[in-house]
Design a protein around this ligand. Sequence first.
Ligand code: MCA
Ligand code: AMP
Length: 505
Amino acid sequence: MSNHLFDQLLPQSLDQERVFIAAGPGRDLTFGALQTRSAKIAHALVAAGVVPGAVVAVQIEKSPEAVLLMLACLRAGAVFLPLNTAYTAPEISYFLGDAKPRVFVCDPARLDELKPAAASAAVAHCWTLDAAGEGSLTQHAAGQSPSFANVARGPNDLAALLYTSGTTGRSKGAMLSHANLASNAAALCGLWRFSRDDVLIHALPIYHTHGLFVAINVALLAQAKLLFLPRFDVNEVLALMPGATSLMGVPTFYTRLVAHPGLNHAVSANMRLFISGSAPLLAETHREFSARTGHAILERYGMTETGMITSNPYDGERRPSTVGFPLPDVAIRIAEPATGALLPQGEIGVVEARGPNVFSGYLNMPDKTREEFRADGYFMTGDLGFIDPQNYLHIIGRGKDLVISGGFNVYPKEVESEIDALAGVLESAVIGVAHPDLGEGVTAIVVARPGAMLKSDAMLAGLKTRLAAYKCPKRIILVDDLPRNSMGKVQKNVLRQTYAALYTA
Ligand code: MCA
Ligand code: AMP
């Protein structure tokens, strides 16, 4: 039986002995182990009632076993829903309630805290998996057969559900099909020339498109090897570099590498490719990295809803401050945000994309889905950009009110709602301010109720019980009132100007 994505990622003919994930003593995974161990987990999922199309939600630490679980979900015909490990119990409660997974796998250390959320979403099984690969999931898989007849899945069947925050209201679950993921992985593997000779340093988290589908799927297709790090650590990445060929990272990886005295031509001599994405890479970082190593970072652009859309070329000029050209089979255009009228080359408008990579819609949100597509199938990214005379796409800002901190998206509305709910707060405005390490720092400007005495520390402590830590403001600034225009709307542009040098001065 054919299983569209899995058959492409892991054809039977692979060299079983080759190592795919190198993760330290006793933790390596060969291609053979990917087959047999994911089969065991797939059996366990089926035994737990995971039928084709059922959702399996996971909030687990990065580990080789987490990759096995993703593959097992594909094989069982399930929809894989990875969740950021930083999400708090109230956040998890929303995702489980919306996606209604059959199985939820979480860190054993958080089982007691998260069980009530799973129970109220009527999740049938709450399993565990820790960073060492231990937990009830491993026990359920232990006695199972190492071969599994993959559930048949076609190109349009769902493979994954990835939540992306919304400008208004709650997070939206982007439904990604087997074809969305397979087409993007194949395009990137070809474009970036990944092969069996590649050794990719994998230091990204594996609950987002970048670390999960860009890095892992491309490496699988190429039968390359992954050097798996639990998280980004500049010293460890530099230590691995002489034995590696490639790195994928968010701009913070590159600003931290450039700030390290150990980055030089010698340490990167074996590397062939450095890729950056998820947030804008400063031209200054691009140039300095080039000067220090002789490598021009390849910047690409994408979204959860679309996977990768554009990439700078492998051959040819990798231009700083641009995100390159559309991937093969992907079309982009620039439109006037309000009317959708197409704009001539060089003019700034909203970037729209169409292609086999573009998702089919948001779970349980048909209206929201309709709002974000044009009638002819183009998806409105909400990013503002223009196409230069050499056809390079430049992203120059966002039409959507969004802050990207160290590659994680934070929607101000969500943070403002939580701040406004704190005792003594009258109102708040959350903005992104240039931050030397994170690109943008989440910054809250807060007005107290008359007579109330607000303390930043106490407010932060309150926020941390509700919001993932990366969404919490790096600074809270107390003011008497917020600047407003004649319509009464808060002027965030004025606030951005006022606090522009907050983290750099
Ligand atoms: C951690 N913290 C952060 C962030 N990361 N705060 C703001 N922004 C962040 N990105 C907080 C922690 O909660 C902690 O707070 C404190 O900062 C230090 O945490 P630590 O874990 O030591 O930080 P780190 O390990 O140095 O992490 C920074 C990082 C990491 C390496 C930049 O955030 C990261 O790996 N980001 C990658 C994100 C990513 O994969 N994005 C791709 C999305 P406290 O001290 O209060 O506890 S996919 C996407 O965007 C599209 C599709 C695309 O185009 O790729
Ligand atoms: P997410 O929805 O979390 O996947 O984040 C997608 C958003 O990240 C895009 O809409 C862009 O705003 C931003 N993004 C991704 N790559 C780049 C890039 N190379 N340059 C600028 N912004 C980027």
